[in-house]
Write a protein that binds this ligand. Structure first.
Ligand SMILES: C[S@@+](CC[C@H](N)C(=O)[O-])C[C@H]1O[C@@H](n2cnc3c(N)ncnc32)[C@H](O)[C@@H]1O
Length: 265
């Protein structure tokens, strides 16, 4: 199988990015959103309308001394999920240069609706060069959080700087019901549990909740999923996982019949 045919629906964007980890997982998006695989492919294909912006994001990373921009492994899937769910509100924790943010914002721009509220406590690079002991998510000198997000995408963005321990309760309350949430900040069991419990009352029915680097967060995500009665859906064999908040059948009596997973198409 050639790299091009592996890349499938957004082949040109995938090749332009040049990071094999970003090969989109159509089934994962389908399971999370309830869309058919054909619908997911169509949504992924739409990202190819933005090759110029994607090239700009990549160039900004190069200029900042970061060769690859796929800090989140699933930038194209984030775009597709936001296109398919058409949320009025997306919330994310953990921004760094803004790869996940930029892909959410691209989708909101295409949807012509919705807002992204992001929270980031910046990690600063210590010197002029990134040392081997430092994380590539550190901000290069002089560059602010979200430094790779092109100006023309920022209209639908609210960026909040500080610890999500302090900011998330307010951000979650101020938002419309959250249709899509991404945890990509401090990866500890305690912190992930805090974030998930904070957003729980603000999640829209059918919302998608994602968490990256769950190999560091113990059983926090699984326990949250179990409490909702939702299956945990990993992206392939990786520790980027998601779930879909169950929707409830509401018969005329108003009594629900319990959670109904929409992930098994
Ligand atoms: C893995 S990076 C985010 C990558 C980003 N989602 C992307 O796709 O490029 C994690 C970010 O979370 C920030 N962070 C760490 N602890 C945090 C906290 N307690 N609250 C908010 N952000 C935090 C880090 O400084 C860093 O900018």
């Amino acid at each position: 199988m050639t790299p091009a045919s592996r890349a499938g629906p957004c082949d040109r964007a995938f090749r332009q990015l040049g990071d094999p980890r970003a090969h989109p997982n159509v089934r994962w998006v389908s399971a999370l959103t309830g869309a058919t695989e054909a619908e997911v492919r169509a949504a992924l294909h739409d990202v190819e309308n933005h090759l110029e912006i994607l090239a700009e994001i990549r160039e900004r990373h190069r200029e900042g001394g970061r060769q690859s921009y796929a800090q989140i492994r699933a930038p194209f899937e984030l775009y597709a999920m936001a296109r398919l769910l058409r949320p009025s509100s997306i919330v994310e924790t953990g921004v760094s240069s803004g790869v996940s943010s930029a892909h959410f914002l691209l989708a909101l721009s295409d949807n012509r609706r919705g807002r992204l509220r992001s929270i980031d406590l910046p990690t600063l690079q210590k010197g002029a060069e990134l040392s081997p002991s430092e994380s590539p998510v550190s901000l290069p000198p002089g560059r602010p959080t979200g430094w790779a997000v092109p100006a023309r995408l920022r209209k639908r963005w609210e960026l909040n700087l500080g610890p999500s321990q302090e900011l998330l309760p307010t951000v979650a309350t101020a938002s419309d019901p959250i249709g899509l949430f991404l945890h990509d900040s401090l990866h500890t069991p305690h912190h992930l549990t805090f974030e998930l419990e904070t957003i729980r009352p603000h999640l829209a029915p059918g919302a998608v909740v994602l968490a990256d680097n769950t190999k560091w967060t113990g059983t926090a995500f699984d326990r949250f999923a179990a409490s909702l009665g939702a299956p945990v859906l990993p992206r392939g064999r990786s520790d980027l996982v998601g779930l879909r908040v169950p929707t409830y059948d509401r018969p005329a009596s108003g009594r629900g019949r319990g959670p109904r997973s929409r992930t098994t198409r």
